[in-house]
Design a protein around this ligand. Structure first.
Ligand SMILES: [Zn+2]
Length: 360
């Protein structure tokens, strides 16, 4: 392999209460915006956006349903020709839809997450699904979002499960980046990671361990505190930079099987549980597993297959087999087999019933 290493990040990132008010000034240099949202965002923020962006004469597209390649093609076909920047506003689907449309139109993209639920807003990739919400492809953009706008007055009003999910998605990054660096793994940029990926993923982990539990409590009372701001920064900015520059690994690979075995759980809930499995595969002590499990439980994240909504009998072998297909599985210090994965999952499920870990 060549010695090249790559780094990617948004050009601008703005976070805080009222950040949405910055959007007109941030978009002005780009010309006429094409705003891609979903029906929920349109009903919540539609009139505010119309007022805010009036001088820029935006065009609007609304994604209704799953973000598939066909849906992205259909949205793109409806785009007027005279737009010059795409703005994805919403949760994961609308952000990915904005990215997918920008890719098809060859335009820069700006993202405005309305929940801190996942690591997508800052990254230069778009996750595309099939109609059954199974990951179909991860499409690479030529550049990361030019601007990311995170208004914490909007984020704090989102359902609490989404904040918890973003924390679950983010907490994995330290372990995934370390595994990618320790072995021969490559990031989504196609090279071995620079050291900065792990540095950011480590910081992400530390911030969440210190502040995330307080942030969840604060969000439940609708209060924007320093702990909440720090947790949003970790879940949106650090989580995104951490995975794109540090690499994904087993925790994310497990989502392949979990999308079938536990389809009602969110991406971040899958990843949080997957982080426990990754630790178990890597030979973590019962004490280290119990420590992470205590943290996840304090956040309100499920730490068992039952908690993820999977039903008995659990298809442990099916989850392991599907996981073996994920490209990120190569980003481990040592290769694993489906049997290794099955053993680790069973160890986790048994450790809880054996009383080694807090119940959830
Ligand atoms: Zn993720």
């Amino acid at each position: 392999m060549s010695g090249l290493r790559r780094f990617a990040a948004p050009l601008r990132y703005v976070q805080g209460p009222g950040a949405l008010d910055e959007l007109p000034a941030l978009l002005a240099p780009y010309g006429r915006p094409l705003v891609v949202t979903d029906p929920v965002v349109q009903s919540l923020l539609g009139s505010r956006l119309a007022t805010l962006l009036a001088d820029l004469a935006p065009a609007y597209l609304v994604l209704d349903g799953e973000i598939t390649a066909a849906a992205a093609d259909a949205l793109t076909a409806d785009a007027p020709p005279e737009v010059s920047v795409v703005v994805g506003i919403g949760g994961g689907k609308a952000i990915d839809a904005g990215k997918a449309v920008s890719l098809r139109l060859g335009l820069p993209v700006v993202t405005v997450p309305t929940a801190a639920s996942n690591d997508s807003p800052c990254s230069g990739v778009a996750a595309m699904y099939d109609d059954d919400h199974r990951l179909a492809s991860v499409d690479k953009l030529p550049a990361n979002p030019h601007v990311v706008v995170v208004d914490t007055t909007v984020i704090v009003a989102a359902p609490i499960r989404l904040l918890r999910s973003g924390i679950g998605d983010a907490i994995a990054k330290r372990f995934e980046a370390r595994a990618c660096l320790a072995g021969t793994g490559v990031t989504s940029l196609g090279t071995r990671p620079l050291l900065i990926g792990s540095a950011i993923a480590d910081a992400c982990y530390s911030v969440l361990r210190e502040h995330a539990a307080d942030a969840v409590a604060d969000a439940q009372s609708g209060t924007i505190t320093p702990a909440f701001e720090a947790t949003v920064e970790a879940s949106v900015l650090m989580s995104g930079l951490g995975f794109e520059n540090g690499g994904l690994s087993l925790a994310h690979s497990l989502t392949r099987g979990l999308m079938v075995a536990a389809p009602s759980a969110t991406h971040g809930e899958h990843v949080a549980w997957g982080t426990l499995v990754q630790l178990a595969v890597e030979g973590a002590s019962d004490q280290d597993l119990a420590d992470l499990r205590s943290f996840l439980t304090a956040i309100g994240l499920p730490t068992t297959l039952a908690g993820l909504g999977s039903t008995v009998p659990y298809d442990v072998d099916g989850i392991a087999e599907a996981t073996m297909q994920a490209p990120h599985l190569a980003n481990l210090a040592a290769p694993v087999t489906a049997d290794d994965l099955g053993d680790a999952i069973r160890r986790l499920e048994l450790s809880r019933t054996a009383g080694l870990c807090p119940t959830d």
